[in-house]
Design a protein around this ligand. Structure first.
Ligand SMILES: C[C@@]1(CC(=O)O)C2=NC(=C\c3[nH]c(c(CCC(=O)O)c3CC(=O)O)Cc3[nH]c(c(CC(=O)O)c3CCC(=O)O)/C=C3\N/C(=C\2)[C@@H](CCC(=O)O)[C@]3(C)CC(=O)O)/[C@H]1CCC(=O)O
Ligand SMILES: NC(=O)c1ccc[n+]([C@@H]2O[C@H](COP(=O)([O-])OP(=O)(O)OC[C@H]3O[C@@H](n4cnc5c(N)ncnc54)[C@H](O)[C@@H]3O)[C@@H](O)[C@H]2O)c1
Length: 424
């Protein structure tokens, strides 16, 4: 089922492949800039149908807004993935500001700014490979690891780094794993090295937990060299940075896919979902057949005062009429039936009558569902369920089988979740 006023299906090419901006930090170090380019090339290989560009917060051209603006002009939307391990000021402030600057040039364009990279399993595996490559012939159980992060003024970001210490310790079988920060936060790398040596460590791998080589990596090497010169009794090896590896490219692609979903979710629907409180309000259902037979009991459950207009009624509706639970006008529809109505269902088997009902409702500024023509009404009926006071309503842009299926899946999920909670 498809209608001209409905949003495009997700399989339309424009929806499937919004362009991607990989938002990196930028560096003064040529090898670091080259690694960023290599990473972009790897992501392009993984996403052959997507235009992939890089933009940088500082030090490397182009800026994020300069990379993003032409993509928004062309495609009207884009995904921005921060090429950053932690969520510091760049992710929280600089990238949103750059996005806002690009959007100022294309006010109607949609941008999905995804999560930062974090430390998913794939990246952690790459970190372990770097540590183990540096460790070489040393047994893991004899090796201490110091994981060097950038350091940030935001405590949560530093805490994320410390969390990795535990994960690496559990996964790697090392003697000890400790955290250090190259800037802002403590312990500094010299402090962490001194502490490890004082605690008896004789073999230490220093892991610069940075994406690419750059100043932070250079400082890590310098500070380690100074420590080694002063402590000949301790052997220290410095591991390589994460680098433009497949694992990193795959995490970027994963973030991109999350961004595409976000764009689709934000694109919205031509229906604005709302919960109608109909208690004590008059609702007119025109037609006494199968469709209204399904819908009228739900309207009654919501407390609506329902009047059905139809020459004949489905037996279930007739029972309700006999019991005085609904009003019944035993005839064909008249426009005046809608006087005083808050909500209207046009569900006869005669399209002309349904059109007349919809027009009369429109003239009264009353919302009206047209059961035979999704595109001609002013409201749609979702597939619904209410369990323990939680209601779900699913619309599928006029595809009721899809909304019913998803509703049923949500109910099943809800059942599983509640049985987990109750332990039954
Ligand atoms: C979800 C549900 C809610 C409910 O009704 O409570 C609902 N339809 C349901 C069932 C159902 N609908 C149809 C069949 C028979 C055929 C089949 O099996 O496919 C069955 C099955 C049956 O009757 O058993 C056919 C049909 N439906 C519409 C058209 C006209 C058109 O598309 O233009 C035609 C073709 C008519 C023709 O051929 O002339 C239109 C609409 N139906 C909607 C809702 C709205 C879209 C909501 C959304 O975005 O999903 C919308 C646009 C307007 C509206 O009516 O509100 C409910 C499942 C609830 C549940 O299971 O609890
Ligand atoms: N939206 C949906 O979920 C859905 C599902 C199935 C069918 N449909 C569509 O909705 C229409 C109605 O479906 P149904 O299964 O309820 O039909 P049905 O044949 O069971 O019932 C039609 C009803 O309309 C009444 N009617 C006919 N002319 C009328 C008039 N001028 N004034 C008042 N009442 C009048 C009849 O007396 C009967 O009660 C179908 O023709 C079909 O196009 C919609």
């Amino acid at each position: 089922m498809s209608h001209p006023n409905l949003p495009p299906t997700p399989s339309a090419p424009a929806a499937a492949t919004p362009p991607l901006v990989i938002a990196g930090h930028g560096t003064r170090v040529a090898a670091g800039a080259a690694a960023a380019e290599e990473l972009v090339a790897r992501v392009r290989e993984l996403l052959p149908d997507v235009q992939v560009e890089a933009g940088f917060v500082e030090l490397t051209e182009p800026t994020i807004d300069a990379a993003l603006a032409p993509l928004l002009a062309r495609a009207g939307r884009a995904v921005v993935v921060p090429l950053m391990i932690g969520s510091g000021g760049h992710v929280r402030d600089d990238i949103p500001e750059a996005i806002a600057a690009a959007q100022a040039t294309q006010p109607d364009a949609a941008v999905a700014h995804t999560r930062h990279l974090g430390s998913p399993k794939a990246l952690l595996a790459a970190v372990r490979q770097r540590i183990d490559a540096a460790r070489g012939d040393w047994a893991a159980a004899d090796t201490d690891v110091i994981l060097v992060g950038r350091g940030c003024s935001i405590a949560e970001t530093n805490a994320d780094h410390v969390r990795l210490i535990r994960l690496l310790f559990e996964a790697g079988g090392y003697r000890q794993v400790a955290a250090a920060f190259i800037q802002v936060a403590r312990p500094s790398l010299p402090e962490a090295l001194a502490q490890a040596a004082a605690a008896g460590s004789r073999r230490i791998v220093v892991m610069p937990h940075f994406l690419f080589t750059g100043r932070l990596d250079q400082w890590t090497q310098q500070q380690t060299a100074e420590f080694v010169a002063a402590h000949p009794e301790v052997e220290v090896r410095v591991a390589g940075v994460i680098g433009a590896c497949t694992e990193l490219a795959e995490v970027v692609v994963q973030r991109y896919r999350e961004g595409v979903l976000k764009l689709r979710a934000e694109a919205g629907s031509s229906a604005y979902l709302s919960g109608l409180l109909l208690a004590g309000r008059r609702v007119v259902a025109v037609g006494g057949g199968c469709v209204n037979r399904r819908r009228v009991p739900k309207l009654l459950a919501a407390g609506a005062e329902v009047t059905v207009v139809a020459p004949e009624l489905h037996p279930a509706l007739a029972t309700l009429a006999e019991a005085g639970k609904i009003g019944w006008r035993e005839r064909t529809f008249l426009d005046s039936d809608l006087d005083g109505a808050w909500y209207v269902l046009a569900a006869t088997d005669d399209p002309e009558t349904n059109a007349q009902v919809a027009a009369a409702a429109e003239a009264r500024h009353t919302f009206c569902v047209r059961a035979d023509r999704a595109d001609q009404g002013s409201a749609w009926t979702p597939a619904t369920a209410t369990i323990d006071g939680l209601s779900v309503a699913v619309l599928a842009g006029g595809d009721p089988r899809r909304s019913r299926t998803v509703r049923d899946q949500l109910v099943a999920l809800w059942g599983e979740a509640s049985s987990e909670v109750s332990g039954s």
